[in-house]
Design a protein around this ligand. Structure first.
Ligand SMILES: [Zn+2]
Ligand SMILES: [Zn+2]
Length: 207
């Protein structure tokens, strides 16, 4: 072994020169053979590189981090250029990544969606006073938005509102119009819907 090393050291220049010449001469052939080997052994090579990575994880990660620290600008510049030159591929890649993320974070997505939904409803209720205009009920779960002039169906149709959520979104988008909208509790709202007026109102007049 040492002899080989010694021999190499002594004849370094000429050996390198010979190798280089031979490589130059067979460049295409070598490249072709390498590519063929790669294609034929894709799985094996992938596995081997994965194994190598796992075995040397800390060292490789540290190397990568170090490279990234030292070449940040270069990295972002290259990445940006790649994105610009491969718009379709980039989009497909992002779509795939977001699909995987969604599949792995279903609970998070549901919680976030619920949080957004609750926040929207809370904002709307707050904008209209947080209590039933008729009886004063303030338990949020009992409250809803009432179309004062009973033109809810028309309003919803004209604005393509198909759910309570969509109704809240519409109200927020239109800066919570006070004209025509108020909060009622479900009791007062149903009574108004069925009988044209909530019995509370008759009581109030009687008193
Ligand atoms: Zn009420
Ligand atoms: Zn009432």
């Amino acid at each position: 072994m040492r002899d080989h090393k010694k021999y190499y050291q002594e004849h370094k220049a000429s050996i390198n020169e010979t190798n280089k010449r031979s490589y130059e001469k067979n460049k295409d052939k070598i490249a072709k053979r390498r590519l063929e080997y790669k294609l034929e052994n894709q799985e094996k090579l992938k596995l081997r590189s994965r194994e190598y990575y796992l075995k040397n994880k800390e060292k490789i990660d540290e190397q990568n981090r170090k490279w990234h620290r030292e070449n940040k600008d270069k990295y972002y510049e290259t990445a940006k250029r790649w994105r610009e030159n491969n718009k379709e591929r980039y989009r497909a890649k992002m779509r795939a990544a977001s699909k995987i993320w969604s599949a792995n974070n279903k609970d998070k997505i549901i919680t976030n969606r619920q949080r957004t939904r609750n926040k929207l409803r809370e904002d709307v209720l707050a904008a209209y006073g947080n209590k039933c205009k008729c009886c004063g009920e303030s338990t949020k779960e009992f409250l809803c938005i009432d179309h004062i002039n009973n033109d809810g169906a028309k309003h919803k149709r004209e604005n393509n509102i198909k759910s309570a959520q969509a109704m809240y979104t519409w109200l927020r988008k239109n800066n919570y119009p006070k004209d025509g909208f108020q909060i009622l509790c479900h009791n007062c709202n149903c009574a108004k819907g069925f009988y044209g007026e909530c019995p509370h109102q008759k009581l109030k007049i009687a008193i």
